[in-house]
Design a protein around this ligand. Structure first.
Ligand code: SF4
Ligand code: SF4
Length: 409
């Protein structure tokens, strides 16, 4: 077997089930990479033909085949092909395993070597000092002492920030908003602070399973020592990692219940804990289903349930929504692999957003919100992108300095 990882996961026959109907190229127009490149190899069908040749040994990942390598890594792992394929190929899992096989043969994109080295030095994907995980959000949080008191304490519930929500001005607002909401409902919780390491998702998605395993083991041990039973996270990439990938791809077991942030918020409304909202927020919004939250994990109704509970908020779906939602371009670590390509995909997303009359595009993914908020002004749009947790905190009447800085009027 030339691609033993596919066999290990019982997927070696999957590439041969492709009927070559091309629906993954044209069905709902859902493959963002094919839409931009217009090359077969960038669609599900093209990658399955490549996988067949690799499994049969007709080609070997080696020098001179960088174009094929670029097609395997030039994918946002958005799951659009999985959604439309008539023969139910588990594409996203296959692509991760193929990336791991390319890496083993020395065919890892150069940018990823640098990203991995940085990650191993700093324990976060941003390459910043771990102390910034605390300094950034506590600096803007209205009650710095309160949030610092949560670090390293024993509690049954933990809030896992995730790298994407720890360092940058826009996504950090969702972290602040979530701690404000948790304190408002008197949630007893702990955070790891500097001891929180990357969950390993960027490495798993790009095929470095050993590094992902090392990072996962650290966080698991820290939570066990604090008596944690449940982990809440706003990042759907971290959610998917903790809830599924550790077990499915890394062969790691852990005892924790994993809760996605939008679901945590929906449950607070369901249980009546968030019913006395302080403010009537007059705004019009649309919602972007981040790929790892929506198509890849099935959280479509939870964020919509939260939105329904916000007085004064008028809601309009995007033209492509729920399982048909366009990827924002940041999935699959594409921004680190080929940022120009990711930007072209993002432009398609912005066109979809512009077709609505909404003032704000809300999402429950820090990476999507960050990318859209970064690019909307550059595209000349007056719309803003904001995290669902921030919208809820605003409806509760909270405002804080970081929010004003990230979203100047
Ligand atoms: S939709 Fe599925 S069966 Fe059809 S070409 Fe694409 S991968 Fe093959
Ligand atoms: S996962 Fe998304 S970007 Fe990758 S091939 Fe499938 S539809 Fe295209």
């Amino acid at each position: 077997m030339r691609f033993p990882l596919l066999e290990k996961h019982g997927l070696q026959d999957m590439p041969f089930t492709c009927a070559q109907c091309s629906f993954c190229q044209v069905g709902h127009g859902s493959c963002p990479t094919y839409k931009v490149k217009r090359l077969d190899s960038y669609s599900g069908k093209g990658k399955m033909l490549l996988a067949r040749a690799l499994v049969q040994g007709r080609i070997e990942p080696s020098e001179g085949l960088e174009g094929l390598r670029d097609a395997i890594f030039g994918c946002t792992l958005c799951g659009g092909c999985e959604e439309v394929c008539q023969v139910d190929i588990p594409f996203v899992k296959l692509y991760k395993l193929m990336r791991a096989e390319f890496r083993k043969r020395g065919m890892w994109p150069k940018n990823l070597e640098a990203a991995r080295d940085t990650l191993l030095k700093t324990n976060n994907i941003q390459g910043q000092s771990q102390s910034d995980r605390i300094d950034g959000w506590s600096y803007w949080h209205p009650d710095e002492e309160l949030v610092r008191s949560k670090i390293g304490r024993k509690a049954k519930t933990a809030f896992f920030f995730g790298c994407a929500s720890s360092f940058k001005a826009v996504p950090i607002q969702a972290t602040i908003a979530t701690t404000l909401i948790m304190d408002k409902v008197q949630q007893d919780y702990t955070i790891l602070g500097e001891d929180e390491w990357c969950c390993g998702a960027p490495m798993l998605m790009t095929g470095d399973f050993d590094t992902a395993r090392k990072l996962a083991a650290h966080n698991i041990e820290k939570y066990k020592a604090l008596g944690v039973e449940r982990i809440v996270t706003n990042c759907p990439g971290c959610y998917k990692m903790w809830a599924h990938e550790y077990h499915e791809l890394l062969n790691i077991e852990h005892p924790f219940e994993i809760e996605y942030g939008a679901r945590y918020l929906a449950d607070l409304f369901d249980s009546g804990k968030l019913n006395n909202l302080g403010r009537h927020t007059e705004t019009s919004i649309t919602f972007h289903d981040g790929c790892d939250a929506g198509r890849n994990s099935g959280f479509f109704e939870e964020p919509r349930k939260v939105i329904e509970n916000l007085p004064g908020v008028s809601f309009e779906e995007l033209p492509h929504n729920k399982n048909n939602c366009f990827c924002c371009g940041s999935g699959g670590v594409l921004r680190a692999i080929d940022n120009e390509f990711a930007l072209k995909i993002n432009q398609l997303k912005l066109k979809d957003i512009e077709q609505t009359s909404a003032e704000q595009v809300i999402s429950a993914c820090p990476s999507c919100v960050d990318f859209m908020q970064d690019q909307l002004p550059q595209a000349g749009s007056g719309k803003k992108s904001k995290d669902l947790a921030v919208l809820v905190a605003e409806a509760l009447g909270f405002s804080w300095d970081g929010l004003k800085e990230a979203y100047p009027q």
